[in-house]
Design a protein around this ligand. Structure first.
Ligand code: PAF
Length: 286
């Protein structure tokens, strides 16, 4: 696996792969990779013969007071994991390489609709930062397909929307969330949790599963379901940011007539913000 730091080197390596007739897959990341990231790379390697990954902790998507500075940088371990998963080329640009004119005057990509509410409400500017850096990375790599984790469900909706709206010839693939044995969604931010907090964290997935089960057996009083679920999460000692049931494709508020649902949660354990979600497809006659 080759590691390159500049757009020029990246383009040359991708052009070489293209000249060899290879299809290109892309997995953008912020590093501190875990088994969830490895699954994205493995999926890409099953689909194409040249897999590019990027590691870039994108300042544009962090708000003031968020964890930009303490976000874990673990390049050597990440390189080993990427190589083992089947990555051929790793792009690790500096902030100056990504934003040579600085970030203030940088053209921004703003995705309407699906960016609003949920994490978009709690983290103003976050999805604009994500959409901007992903657009830039897509233009640099020009992949045939790109793979993202479904754990960041709203982010995936934002990226699907920008690819559709900006006519990018890229297939966007979502991969199921990889979980620890106790259900906690794998996340680079889990490393911030103390042992006691880590023991509490699975309540998020347990609660999502409980709501999912209730929906599957015909529960449609979303207000009552969510109210009981909020109490359970808060009783476990987490501070809830949001817990909502949305229509899975549009991310609009769900109604009792919808069949394609997603339950989304964000909550704080101490200073650590965790997110998770569970998709629920109801039978047409449910
Ligand atoms: O999900 C992430 O790791 C980041 O938001 C992404 C997509 C790499 C953009 O910086």
């Amino acid at each position: 696996m080759n590691t390159v730091k500049t757009v020029r080197e990246l383009r040359a390596a991708v052009a070489q792969a293209r000249a060899e007739g290879k299809q290109v897959g892309f997995v953008p990341t912020m590093g501190n990779l875990h088994a969830g990231h490895a699954a994205l790379v493995e999926k890409a390697a099953q689909r194409v013969d040249f897999v590019v990954a990027s590691i870039f902790v994108n300042p544009l998507q962090f708000g003031a007071g968020e964890d930009l500075d303490k976000y874990p940088r673990t390049l050597v371990a990440d390189q080993e994991r990427l190589l083992a998963a089947g990555c051929q080329l790793l792009f690790t640009p500096s902030v100056e390489e990504m934003y040579p004119e600085g970030m203030t005057g940088q053209t921004r990509v703003s995705v309407q609709g699906v960016s609003e509410g949920l994490c978009g409400a709690s983290r103003p500017g976050h999805f604009e930062g994500v959409a901007t850096v992903v657009t830039k990375l897509f233009n640099m790599v020009q992949p045939d397909l790109a793979i993202f984790g479904e754990k960041d469900f709203q982010q995936l909706a934002v990226i699907r929307t920008l690819v559709r709206d900006l006519n990018m010839p890229i297939q966007v693939i979502g991969e199921p969330t990889v979980r620890a044995a106790d259900g906690l969604a794998l996340s680079s931010r889990n490393g911030y949790l103390s042992a006691e907090q880590r023991a509490l964290a699975p309540v998020l997935y347990q609660t999502l599963a409980q709501i999912g089960d209730a929906l599957q057996v015909g529960g449609r009083d979303f207000v009552a379901l969510l109210s009981a679920a909020r109490k359970r999460i808060e009783a476990a000692g987490l501070r809830l940011d949001y817990l909502e049931i949305r229509e899975a494709e549009s991310l609009r508020q769900a109604t009792a007539l919808d069949h394609n649902l997603v339950i989304l949660v964000a909550a704080y354990l101490g200073n650590t913000r965790l997110i998770d979600n569970l998709s629920v497809t109801l039978a047409a006659n449910a």
